[in-house]
Design a protein around this ligand. Structure first.
Ligand SMILES: *[C@@H]1O[C@H](CO)[C@@H](O)[C@H](O)[C@H]1NC(C)=O
Ligand SMILES: *[C@@H]1O[C@H](CO)[C@@H](O)[C@H](O)[C@H]1NC(C)=O
Length: 729
């Protein structure tokens, strides 16, 4: 049976999920009166507390002599030399796991919601939707999980898996992912991870390139595996996580030459036949992680045990006090370095991980049965890791609701927000903690309830977070946001903002596990002697820099260099600048800078982020080449906005597709781009001279944006080649 996920899988769903979960929006009358009474009291009686300016001047990074000829290298100020492990003895993921499990053995570790009921609903257009009623979280403590991991580590040897071959995990994020991966690490097996949303070609490519012999997957992926079975020569065993659906006979028959076992049988086999572990060393490869590149087939990044524990050690030093008792919502894909690193940091701190998914996250999520609870309301997490797109959507959802309500409620919200904003930005006169307390009580608690009401820290990475959204999280959710910068090749992290740094738009000093150096790029006009700040290509070096690309010496040589002292450096292709306090700001991307006919450089990403502030833009890609003196743009319009405009303007159209072809509509969008460009102080040559409106949204499923919702320039260019050609004529 085919089940569709509604508007698509993954991140984009949060958009519709974050609506009116709260009584905040119904109580405006009462609140208004309450606030009107309280307000003068709050403002006049409360003595302003002086907020120190210390944080603004605090030095966070220092220049080291590690830069080499062209570079200027920075390290974290808190450590004289790079750190390699979270504590002495935790030099591999396996030892980190074993020691954490011993230390926290009685504390809850992995939580999964029990399925109470499941129904499939037919929608009008013939698609099927799944609705789940999920129960409370059921927890396994650290000690129990450790035993299960040992059983699995014995079991995989017992089924006959050749210990010199690789294992792949192809599954959504869940407790079994963590248990089987840790089991593999205990036998020094390299785990190949594949993003669940990668296409068939990419899947075949990665499983074949690494010659995996055992595949671990959830039962719903078996169908996909059966479809490509003929192209996978090396595969011998499949271990699957049993779900509510039985594996179909047709699927089984396509795989009947393989040994297929449910996970619990492998664990039982191991329990009955304990087998000694084969513990890895720190430079052995733990994971080969296939990432969706913007061009061509995915590349497998080789992550060693040492890389990962160094990263964990680095991140632990920059987050506020967190430990047993804290609860983390695990929903990010574990096949993504950010999700995996996050869970290992959590492991090292002894926190609990409750599993969820983007499709079941809130009470109004697509897959949640009406009237039952989503993951956040059930778990009430204290820690959240998110990509900016998710936080943007929470913000948009809340702002939209408040704007729709308007009136007293909106006035109150705006007032509260602006007061807090001034306070956070260091306006001394309004920085009173009592006032903050009052605003929290009357306005912001209701918004916080959306995310369970217990949040203490939000960690954000994967793409730059906009200043507006960062402030929204600071103020409305009342928690610090740690922003990270890094790539799969740097094992997720490289720079990380200190949680007491409330400035916006920067990604912080280097993590204590690596150096960050800027290298001049003369051709692109970025050099380390630029003023007021040194600028250049961002290069990351240290124990957290990964070992290179699997089976691809050429690409590895292009991007990785080892210097004379043995430090491994990765050339990111991003352009950054160092602030005087040692914090990094990412300002551009090498690939995204195009030289126009008359020699002006256009930074496509910069222009896109300015133009995206237009209400009409859901997605935009700016295009330029050196044969033209102007740029052009492909725009996916924000459908509701454009349709509202069309209704007001009295434009008749058959469907949205036709509206996108309408001259007046194109004109209207272009006008709004012009305004955005003016507000963003773009140069004339940076403003798209012609645009094309595209009716279909860009989603990760369509392959046009990444899971973190970054546009995939090359794919979009290829798909809309003809349109771009026409625009450039
Ligand atoms: C699988 O890999 C082998 C050798 O590594 C190669 O010859 C073959 O073409 C690959 N097959 C596919 C379907 O990619
Ligand atoms: C772990 O496996 C790798 C690759 O198979 C091997 O080179 C290494 O020696 C193994 N490590 C130990 C400690 O056995």
């Amino acid at each position: 049976m085919e089940i569709t996920d509604g508007d698509g899988q993954g991140w984009p769903l949060l958009q519709t999920n974050m609506r009116s979960n709260t009584s905040f929006f119904k109580e405006q009358g009462l609140l208004g009166i309450f606030a009107a009474l309280l307000l003068p009291i709050a403002v006049s009686l409360v003595l302003p507390f002086k907020k120190s300016l210390k944080n603004k001047q605090k030095k966070r990074g220092v220049i080291t002599n590690t830069g080499g000829e062209l570079g200027l290298a920075m390290r974290n100020i808190k450590f004289d030399s790079l750190i390699h492990e979270p504590w002495s003895g935790a030099s591999t993921i396996a030892s980190l796991f074993e020691q954490s499990c011993a230390k926290f053995s009685k504390h809850p570790y992995l939580g999964t919601r029990r399925l109470i009921s499941r129904e499939v609903i037919d929608s009008k257009d013939g698609r099927k939707f799944e609705k789940l009623h999920l129960g409370e979280y059921e927890w396994e403590n650290y000690g129990t999980v450790f035993n299960r991991v040992c059983d699995f580590a014995s079991g995989i040897v017992q089924i006959g898996h050749d210990l010199n071959s690789h294992v792949a995990i192809f599954s959504d994020t869940r407790a079994e992912w963590l248990i089987t991966s840790q089991g593999c690490f205990r036998q020094n097996l390299t785990v190949v991870t594949i993003y669940a949303s990668l296409g068939e070609d990419a899947l075949v490519h990665s499983l074949n390139e690494t010659q995996i012999s055992t595949l671990i997957c959830d039962s719903k992926q078996l169908k996909k595996v059966a479809a490509i079975r003929q192209q996978l020569q090396s595969i011998k065993y499949i271990i699957y996580f049993k779900d509510y659906e039985e594996v179909g006979a047709d699927v089984k028959s396509k795989l009947n030459d393989l040994t297929i076992l449910p996970l619990h049988e492998v664990e039982q086999l191991g329990k009955n036949n304990p087998t000694p572990p084969r513990l890895p060393e720190h430079d052995n490869i733990a994971v080969i992680m296939y990432t969706s590149g913007s061009t061509g087939l995915p590349k497998g990044v080789m992550i060693s045990h040492g890389n990962m524990v160094a990263l964990v050690a680095g991140v632990r030093t920059v987050i506020p006090k967190i430990g047993p008792g804290d609860v983390y919502l695990g929903y990010l894909p574990l096949a993504h370095v950010f999700g995996l690193a996050g869970e290992l940091v959590i492991l090292s701190l002894g926190c609990a991980i409750g599993y969820g998914s983007p499709l079941t996250m809130t009470d109004t999520s697509n897959k949640i049965k009406k009237g039952t609870k989503g993951d956040v309301s059930m778990l009430r997490p204290t820690l959240l890791i998110a990509v900016p797109a998710i936080l943007d959507r929470i913000r948009d959802g809340v702002s939209k609701k408040i704007n729709e309500k308007g009136g007293m409620l909106k006035k109150l919200f705006d007032l509260a927000y602006n007061r807090r904003l001034k306070a956070i930005e260091g306006d001394l006169l309004v920085a009173s903690s009592l006032e903050a307390f009052i605003w929290d009580k009357i306005v912001f608690t209701h918004i916080r309830a959306l995310l369970g009401g217990r949040l203490r820290f939000v960690l954000c990475g994967g793409a730059p977070l906009s200043a507006d959204t960062q402030r929204f999280v600071n103020i409305c959710l009342g928690v610090p946001v740690g922003q990270g910068y890094g790539l799969t090749e740097t094992c997720a992290g490289a720079a990380f903002t200190d949680w007491d740094d409330t400035s916006v738009g920067r990604v912080g000093p280097p993590l204590p596990c690596c150096y960050i150096k800027l290298v001049s790029w003369e051709e692109g006009g970025y050099t380390i002697s630029d003023s007021p700040m040194p600028r250049g290509e961002i290069v990351v070096g240290g124990p957290s820099v990964t070992m290179g690309y699997f089976n691809n010496k050429e690409k590895t040589k292009e991007a990785y260099k080892v210097d004379e002292r043995g430090i491994r450096w990765f050339y990111t292709g991003d352009i950054g600048q160092f602030h005087p306090d040692g914090c990094l700001e990412v300002i551009d991307r090498k690939k995204d800078i195009v030289k126009l006919q008359h020699g002006e450089y256009v930074s496509l990403g910069k222009v896109e982020s300015v133009l995206a502030t237009s209400n009409y833009v859901a997605n935009i890609m700016v295009y330029a080449n050196s044969f033209n003196s102007y740029c052009v743009a492909l725009v996916v319009p924000a459908r509701q906005e454009l349709e509202r405009w069309a209704a007001n303007a009295g434009i008749a159209y058959k469907d949205f597709e036709e509206l996108c072809e309408n001259e007046k509509a194109i004109n209207e969008v272009q006008q709004s781009l012009l305004e955005a460009a003016k507000a963003g102080k773009l140069d004339k040559f940076e403003i798209p001279a012609k645009i094309k409106l595209l009716p279909d949204p860009w989603t990760p499923e369509s392959g046009l944006v990444t899971a973190a919702l970054k546009i995939k320039r090359e794919t979009i260019k290829a798909k809309f080649k003809n349109d771009l050609q026409k625009l450039c004529q």
